[in-house]
Design a protein around this ligand. Sequence first.
Ligand SMILES: C[S@@+](CC[C@H](N)C(=O)[O-])C[C@H]1O[C@@H](n2cnc3c(N)ncnc32)[C@H](O)[C@@H]1O
Length: 340
Amino acid sequence: MQTTKISHLDTTQESLKEDAKMFLRQNNGSGQTGRMGKWSYSERLSDDDAVCGGILWDLFTALHRDYYVTRNQRDLVLQNINKLAHVFADTKTIIDFGVGGGEVITKQTVPLLKAFKNISQYVAVDINDAFLKTAQKIIGSNFDKKLKFLGINEDFEAMSPIAKHGKALGLFFGASTNFEEFPEGMLDLLKSFKRAIGKGGNLVMTIDTNTDPKSVIQSYNHPLHAEQIANLMHRITRDIAIEGDFDPYAWHYETDTKPMTYKGHDLLLTGHVLVAEKPMSFFIDGEHFTIKEGERLVVDQSYKISVDLMDVLCEMVGLTRVSRYDDSDNRMALLAYNIN
Ligand SMILES: C[S@@+](CC[C@H](N)C(=O)[O-])C[C@H]1O[C@@H](n2cnc3c(N)ncnc32)[C@H](O)[C@@H]1O
């Protein structure tokens, strides 16, 4: 397997600091919610590094029975791979936006890539470099050198065009629809994917259509997920110069849900929240931050939305749906779009 690696890590470190400052300003009303989710999948850099969000995420998806997003998605994808590979048989490049850890790569991505007989390039995009290294290793041991591996360590919200071999198909799996503003965040993300894939290509994604708060909360209610979100505070401590008494251990996780409507469609906003267990006072770049005990900071907001609403958003940026497959619980939907 030929391998190429593109890394824009310096830029992402700077944007971690800016996102973290916005996140920590939430309690005085001038900050932003929902911008930190991507930093919670972080890479562990040494044996004594407390940062391990990526590892926690991979374990959570393997071990939590009620996390239907990954489990239902996998069955849905595996059942329909051959149909997708038939419809998009002329695909030469597959671009995977947010590859995830070894669990999903082994059980879902490898079988999917094997079904696409004409592909010559797999482009793995992820903010967590460790996930890219795992992907490279697993793909390398399952495919011969005719498949080129391109790893891109950058933010998929701001993708540049990618050097492709022929027609490209993007994958956006895991229902990672996380933004502060809806629908603007989703529209910007779709535009970013469109730029990377190019006209005439396709985008295949899974969405979580379940708007029942009880089962959504149950799906996230697991110590590994709680630790993964709280681990963000270790990433902030490791990579940002903080002066004062910021304590990465003094936070616990809670899930919030809120029903919303957009253009007559119901959706469920799901907030991943960290609650401070003690007061803190600290400085970043000379700016003073204070946190009270019990203060709630929203790390990430994901949106559980219907297929009809996703179609409306896709039409707004020039994507037309060509296929739809639903799981037997009517929760996850697998959708394929043409890029006009
Ligand atoms: C919810 S997981 C989904 C993983 C996998 N696609 C699946 O179906 O299970 C989200 C993945 O996207 C990555 N990610 C999240 N936000 C990102 C961003 N803005 N840019 C690049 N990668 C991101 C995470 O590191 C993680 O691997």
